[in-house]
Write a protein of this length. Structure first.
Length: 464
């Protein structure tokens, strides 16, 4: 079967035809866990550090199945999350209005009151949704000069379904062919200023990058997500087709971390027409999805999980990726293995991180917790990390294996989690409770995964 690229007129017609209004659904709250424990202040390698702040974690339950959750936060501080329970076959039809688990379903939830209440703002009307099924859910909030555009994209393997909203999820416009090129997996959507191309009725160029499937490929949109056209293939020795989540700087330069190799970073200065791949470090291997971010001064921050020792590392570049600082290990004392490390960057030298970690990897059944971190003074030789588990360690989020060398997949959590910094300077992390019905057993069961959101309050303001 020959795949023909649809014209912009065709896609615009399709998109307008399926503009839908979300039906807000209030979520019952089975409990918001405000931990009495405090974040631990420490330096690189877990060394003790003086605490200048008293940060406390909070955890909110979504009452919805989850896998590979992602977050987006608007300029006004409204938090959006999407996740899927990861069901692939024999899935019942999802129901938009339900607040219980939806096998095969995916949904977008939002909170405007710092997690006290959550509402379902999924694209659709009632039980009808253009996103009825997803292999990989993804959400991203683009802060452009005129406000915010919320992008919700769901993978169908052959392509992707994209909806976007300019009114905080009240209404959505849907593009049913958003990938721009068929056969793709493990997608990421991000954007920034154009370099040379004129944009159409939207200020930013959007980039949709994915595993295709043996190499990394990106497409781009010049009209806010209505149409996508292919860019050049990214070639990197020893890399799989997997990639982390990308970012774009003020000059339109693209930075895309590459998975299961390096640690490597793909850089394009011409909207994806050509790519340069740089290596962050020669001594510490990388596994799974690395993470990259940048601050207002153009400093780059790169976090990854070590394939060999299975610990999280952070390195910084002050010159656009040409050279990188000596990596620092960011886990606190007692954490022996980690996985799915991800970061977001606020003001220069301030970073939020999230990951899964265990203190007992050699136990018959290791237990894993969700860690949320506020980091300051990262551009100096003495950074300080304020680290806390969003869950009570007596009630872990995962048991058994959470990734193995060469594969970062963490059971029902799947391939990645997310972290974002809100306008008030606090970090929010998206996790999965894969011990929903208890962790008395060593084997997870289908449906045993719930989306949870963590917030670290009282710590340093990561935006100032």
């Amino acid at each position: 079967m020959t795949f023909r690229m649809p014209t912009r007129k065709t896609i615009r017609t399709l998109a307008i035809a399926v503009t839908l209004t979300a039906l807000p659904v209030a979520l019952s709250q089975p409990g918001t866990a405000a931990a009495s424990r405090k974040a631990v202040a420490h330096g690189p390698g877990g060394k003790a550090a003086k605490a200048r702040y008293s940060a406390t974690p909070k955890m909110f339950r979504l009452n919805h199945g989850a896998g590979e959750p992602t977050l987006g936060i608007t300029k006004k501080g409204e938090v959006f999350i999407t996740a899927s329970d990861g069901c692939v076959t024999s899935c019942p039809e999802p129901t938009m209005a339900t607040t219980t688990f939806m096998p095969g379903g995916r949904a977008v939830f939002a909170t405007g009151d710092k997690g006290k209440t959550w509402r379902n703002v999924s694209p659709g009307v009632g039980d009808a949704s253009p996103h009825a099924f997803s292999l990989d859910p993804y959400i991203w909030v683009d802060e452009h000069p005129d406000g915010n555009r919320i992008f919700n994209i769901d993978l169908t393997l052959a392509c992707a379904i994209l909806s976007f909203s300019d009114d905080n999820g009240a209404t959505w416009t849907t593009n049913p062919l958003a990938c721009g090129e068929p056969v793709n997996d493990h997608q990421t959507l991000f954007g920034g200023p154009p370099v040379s191309s004129p944009t159409i009725e939207y200020p930013h160029v959007l980039y949709y990058c994915f595993n295709h499937p043996a190499f990394t490929k990106c497409t781009k949109s010049l009209d806010g997500g209505l149409t996508f056209v292919p860019t050049a293939q990214i070639t990197a020795p020893d890399c799989s087709g997997l990639n982390g989540h990308g970012v774009v700087d003020k000059k339109g330069v693209i930075y895309l971390p590459l998975g299961n190799c390096g640690p490597n970073l793909a850089i394009s200065r011409d909207e994806g027409n050509t790519w340069q791949v740089v290596k962050i470090n020669d001594d510490i291997s990388a596994d799974g999805d690395p993470s990259v971010g940048l601050d207002a001064k153009g400093n780059l921050y790169y976090a990854w999980n070590d394939r060999d020792d299975r610990l999280p590392w952070l390195s910084v570049s002050r010159n656009g990726g040409k050279s990188w600082s000596k990596p620092v290990m960011i886990a606190p004392k007692g954490v022996k293995e980690t996985n799915l490390v991800t970061l977001d960057v606020g003001a220069p030298g301030k970073v939020a991180l999230a990951y899964y970690g265990t203190t007992n990897p050699d136990a018959d059944v290791p237990t894993w917790n969700g860690y949320l971190v506020s980091a300051v003074d990262v551009l100096t030789s003495k950074p300080t990390f304020y680290t806390a588990t969003v869950n009570d360690p007596k009630q872990p989020l995962k048991i058994g294996q959470c990734g193995t060398p060469g594969s970062n997949r963490c059971g029902r959590v799947l391939d990645f989690i997310d972290v974002e910094i809100a306008p008030d300077g606090t970090p929010w992390g998206a996790f999965v409770d894969a011990c929903l019905t208890g962790c008395e057993r060593a084997k997870e069961e289908a449906g045993d995964n719930e989306g949870v959101v963590g917030n670290l309050v009282g710590g340093p303001n990561l935006r100032k």
